[in-house]
Design a protein around this ligand. Sequence first.
Ligand code: DON
Length: 290
Amino acid sequence: MLGQPYCPSNIQQIIDDLVSEISKQPAAGQVANYIPALAEVDPNAIGVALATINGECYTAGDAEKDFSIQSIAKIYALVMAMLRNDDSMWERVRMEPSGQAFNSIVQLESEQGIPRNPMINAGAIVVADMLVNQYSSSNHAFLQFIQKLCAKQDIHFDEDVFVSEQQHGHRNAAMAHLMKAFNNIHADVDEVLAHYFFQCSLAMSCKDLANSLLFLANKGKQPKHAEPVCSRRDCHRINAILSTSGMYDQSGEFAFQVGLPAKSGVGGGIVAIVPGFGVIAVYSPRLNQF
Ligand code: DON
């Protein structure tokens, strides 16, 4: 029917079959180990959650297992920054795909410390700077924002991951200092990095992730909330950025093969927005090279 999203009646069967099929395949990929705490997870975990804007949530495998959301956090941070800033924020972080790895530093010098987009680390660090400057307690505000989206109070951060990130985040520190030299970081660099690492260290499940991001599939509004999370225009803009930059230097191939706005994290999660329908979140900590 026109205007109704396609919704097969056997979604549960589809995702159950998917998880069992994938579990039988030979293991491929490596768990992230450049942050030691991330290497300690079960490499064979696999979970899927599909939340719809109609209030259904289908899950399979380890869908309720908490894991480190890592760069998926960049979505929430961007929404929070867009809520507090006008279009001038896009002079500090652009909206172009970078075609580079998530932690690449090469473009930053030639582009005067202005990151290509808010999904690569450099861009997320600029966004973290905005939050540190504009929210009285950015960690608390960030956590509260997500708890409200999930309608759940027990979303927490993983201290071991946080400490591990701080001890091994040399590339992030290098980028933050370079951007400070270009006057594109306004707060204290250590404070900005601490907030950025806090975001990365949040632990959530596929189910939480899928439910929390429904507003991006629903023109900016969480289905059961009275007030919109963001405007329709900002919702559209966030999905545009996820489509072009959410999967870093594999964004083109992902758009070609899957065709959905999406974001990955080195913890092994990927979320994908299906506008007008819902959100799919998957977890499998074995990563490919991207
Ligand atoms: O900045 C880092 O190194 C990590 N804490 C976050 C990276 C991440 O998840 C990148 N991508 N998928």
